[in-house]
Design a protein. Structure first.
Length: 320
């Protein structure tokens, strides 16, 4: 029996690695595309929404059980997710894969900051130190890009704005995720995000069509690989592995993306950026680790309090 449990644990851990690799391809596909940022985001969300409609349709009876608070939470989450993709995809048009994905790894730190201001959740001294280390690393990454060019630094700013909206998306959706099934929630927020991205496309007068075959393949791959494959596997392993283990994969995403950018795009990481990235990821790791230890000492709740379960449930949907 123990051997069977050990084998299952290994299998789900292997699936977790596959999911990390899948979401790491997100920034690579975006870098390869020549389409405007809002167009890339729109088709990614649109295709993903269409592909999961059959699964959400089986849960259609659950809609009548949602409260107006749930509906408002879903609506806000969808809008924030849309803004996340607007800014994060735009950041990759200006800065490197490494800088953009490292900055987005700040999500759990910004969620904690948001929970402090919105819900009064306090951070202990160790968590505050971890946040400080992560922010110092972010500053070093930004300083390195500022020395390279103003465009690269502008890309860092866009990435940081995208991370803020990712954190707001997590906070807005935390209550809805306790009452709404995963497919219903995802098809809702993906559709709302697609509408916001479509509006951004119209505002910038970007063309809807007339893109190369390569771009259409990349749109499809973005919907299938990081959005659905990565997301589906994360949800699967979340039922079998601790949320703290899944949340730690936030650290794996930028590392995977940096490695893929080196292999596929010939993008090298500067030593200052590498030092900043090490500081940033160390801070995030210490923060998640400390939060995990604290969570293990507290009674389990289902309040959706913005902790590790919430991070693990959400971060794969904002995979960059």
């Amino acid at each position: 029996m123990l051997k069977k449990f050990s084998n299952q644990r290994f299998q789900y851990s292997a699936l977790l690695v596959v999911a990390v690799i899948a979401v790491s391809f997100s920034s690579i596909f975006i870098k390869m595309s020549t389409a405007p940022a809002s167009v890339i985001g729109f088709y990614r969300m649109l295709i993903a929404s269409l592909l999961i409609i059959p699964f959400a349709w089986r849960e259609r009876t659950l809609w009548s059980k949602l409260s107006w608070v749930d509906l408002v939470s879903i609506g806000c989450a969808g809008v924030f997710l849309g803004f996340h993709f607007v800014f994060w995809i735009l950041s990759l048009k200006y800065t490197s894969v490494s800088s953009s994905t490292l900055i987005v790894a700040l999500q759990p730190v910004l969620v904690a900051c948001g929970a402090f201001f919105l819900f009064g959740e306090r951070l202990n001294r160790w968590q505050q130190c971890a946040c400080f280390i992560a922010l110092c690393g972010t500053s070093l990454v930004g300083y390195n890009d500022l020395q390279l060019s103003q465009n690269a630094f502008l890309g860092d700013i866009y990435a940081f704005l995208g991370t803020i909206f990712a954190a707001l998306y997590m906070l807005a959706g935390q209550k809805a995720r306790t009452n709404v099934s995963v497919w219903t929630y995802n098809v809702s927020v993906f559709s709302i995000a697609a509408l916001l991205l479509a509006l951004d496309t119209l505002i910038h007068r970007s063309p809807w069509f007339h893109y190369s075959f390569n771009n259409w393949i990349l749109f499809l791959l973005l919907a299938l690989v990081p959005t659905l494959l990565g997301h589906a596997l994360f949800n699967l392993v979340l039922k079998k592995l601790p949320a703290s283990a899944v949340s730690m994969t936030i650290l794996g995403e930028p590392l995977g993306a940096i490695l893929l950018a080196w292999l596929l795009l010939n993008q090298w990481i500067h030593w200052q950026e590498a030092m900043g990235g090490i500081l940033l990821l160390t801070g995030v790791y210490l923060f998640l680790r400390k939060t995990s230890l604290l969570k293990d000492t507290l009674p389990s709740t289902n309040s959706g309090d913005g902790g590790l379960d919430n991070i693990a449930n959400h971060h794969m949907e904002t995979d960059g």
